[in-house]
Design a protein around this ligand. Structure first.
Ligand SMILES: *Cc1c(COP(=O)(O)O)cnc(C)c1O
Length: 473
């Protein structure tokens, strides 16, 4: 049988007549054919081939194998998924989706030349910072504004530019790890600033900060403990008091807010807003562009003109600068904030977070109908119902907040955990969760237009599961 294997040259000629060479360079086709032939040879030599020997050496089979491999290699690895997890700012799924109008700005910036660093009125070099800074100042009342790659970079820049070689006072209750190895003590070391810890894990008092001040203190830093909460016998010093202390000792106060809400969120969420920090008088505040703001990945810095100027002049600023597509996405997002009602309607993150249980029930009912229709027409046995569910903000925002939502719960012949895994491998992957042997598809972070795609993916996965079971039998 080994002698029956065609030569690569023969296969290449056949590939040419099949039009395989048209889509890929000849070299890649030859490589893929070589791999296919080697696999057939190994199968034959292994003694227990998965396919019949005649098939393994057939030119058509080898061409098909090579074509499949080439198609797989050419498929983008970064793909769209459907988020039925109930977690809105899902860090692993890319945090925030852009508003369509913000995306339109990105498309224009990406496909064209633009005035990124060109002052059209003066006909001279301009600053890439200018475009969104005026918007940020207008929206927040801050005197200075700057945008960098992400909030981790913003914190690093703040510490390096304002406190290198000097002391930064932080409460022990705020020495957090955000995830992905972003830990306040590590970032501090990297910036060249010296960390001075005060207070205890659960309680830090004004007097703790007061006693820590020395001639070498450059900064009082508050860090929003985004992804966890100390509850019970706990106490923090409000940022207003830190400002009071800083002012009386000529020490700057910085606030790493993490999430950065520009609009008023329900008071029960207890999420400190950007406005409240600025009103308290902090010298500089930093937050992410893709958490509660609902824009692109970015780190936003707001503060006094003098402090922001120091940040801009620091050499790190160049290393952490944003590109034109981010600036375009951020500008498009911030323009929506000029009309808060429009921001709430059009920015997906805000829309999902504020959906409310009536709307999620309606969407879940609609999804249940679509699922029932498509499983029935595929002849699959299953039971589908709508259940109350608890959604999450995610992205390290509002860790304890339980957002009332609804999910479609499904039981079928396929085990829920197996079905959940099949959904992840679908052509359009669907991320759901499993609870008590049921597959749960939470609608909190799904758009109405996506529900049909969710139902289709579900049918794909259920058919896949049935096929596997049949093969197992
Ligand atoms: C999320 C977060 C960061 C990191 O922000 P990225 O935008 O992910 O870089 C830093 N500090 C706090 C308090 C955060 O919540």
């Amino acid at each position: 049988m080994l002698r029956e294997l065609p030569s690569i040259e023969e296969l290449l000629q056949a590939a040419e007549s099949h039009g395989l060479l048209g889509d890929y360079p000849r070299e890649r086709v030859a490589d893929a054919l070589r791999t296919a032939v080697e696999r057939s040879r190994d199968e034959l030599l292994g003694g227990a081939p998965a396919e019949p020997a005649e098939e393994l050496v057939a030119g058509d089979f080898l061409l098909r194998e090579a074509a499949n491999a080439l198609e797989l290699e050419s498929r983008p690895r970064l793909r769209r998924v459907l988020n039925a997890s109930g977690v809105v700012i899902h860090t692993n799924l890319g945090r925030s989706k852009l508003a369509p109008s913000a995306f339109a700005r990105v498309e224009q910036a990406a496909l064209n030349y633009g005035n990124l660093e060109y002052d059209l009125a003066a006909g001279a070099r301009g600053s890439r910072h200018d475009h969104v800074e005026a918007l940020l100042r207008g929206l927040t009342g801050a005197a200075g504004a700057m945008v960098v790659n992400n909030n981790a970079a913003a914190v690093l820049l703040m510490l390096a530019a304002l406190a290198e070689g000097r002391e930064v006072v932080v409460s022990r209750g705020q020495l957090v790890e955000i995830g992905g190895s972003f830990r306040i003590p590590d970032i501090m070391r990297l910036s060249g600033a010296r960390l001075v810890e005060v207070g205890t894990t659960n309680k830090t008092h004004f007097s703790d900060y007061e006693r820590a001040l020395t001639d070498d203190t450059a900064l009082l830093l508050r860090v929003h403990t985004s992804n966890f909460k100390v509850v019970g016998f706990a106490e923090e010093v409000p940022v207003e008091r830190l400002v009071e202390l800083g002012r009386s000792h000529q020490v700057l106060v910085a606030d790493d807010l993490g999430s950065g809400a520009l609009l008023d969120l329900p008071a029960s969420w207890k999420e400190p807003s950007v406005a409240s920090s600025l009103e308290a008088g902090v010298d500089v505040v930093s937050f992410s562009g893709d958490k509660l703001l609902g824009g692109p990945q970015a780190g936003i810095l707001l503060g006094t003109a003098e402090v922001i100027e120091r940040l801009k002049r620091h050499p790190f600023a160049r290393a952490v600068r944003v590109d034109k597509m981010t600036l375009a996405a951020l500008e498009g997002t911030l323009l929506l904030y000029q009309d808060p009602a429009r921001a709430r309607r059009e920015i997906p993150t805000l829309r999902y977070l504020e959906r409310g249980p009536q709307e999620t029930r309606r969407l879940a009912k609609r999804l249940a109908e679509l699922v029932e229709e498509s499983v029935a027409s595929a002849g699959i046995d299953s039971s589908v119902c709508v259940r109350e569910s608890v959604g999450k903000a995610g992205g390290g925002s509002l860790p304890l907040l339980e957002i009332p939502s609804h999910a479609v719960a499904l039981r079928s012949g396929v085990e829920a955990s197996q079905l959940e895994a099949a959904l992840r491998r679908a052509p359009l992957p669907l991320i759901g969760r499993v609870a008590q042997d049921e597959l749960l598809l939470d609608v909190l972070a799904l758009d109405e237009e996506e529900l049909e795609e969710v139902a289709n993916t579900l049918v794909w996965a259920l058919s896949q599961g049935r096929a596997e079971e049949a093969a197992g039998d």
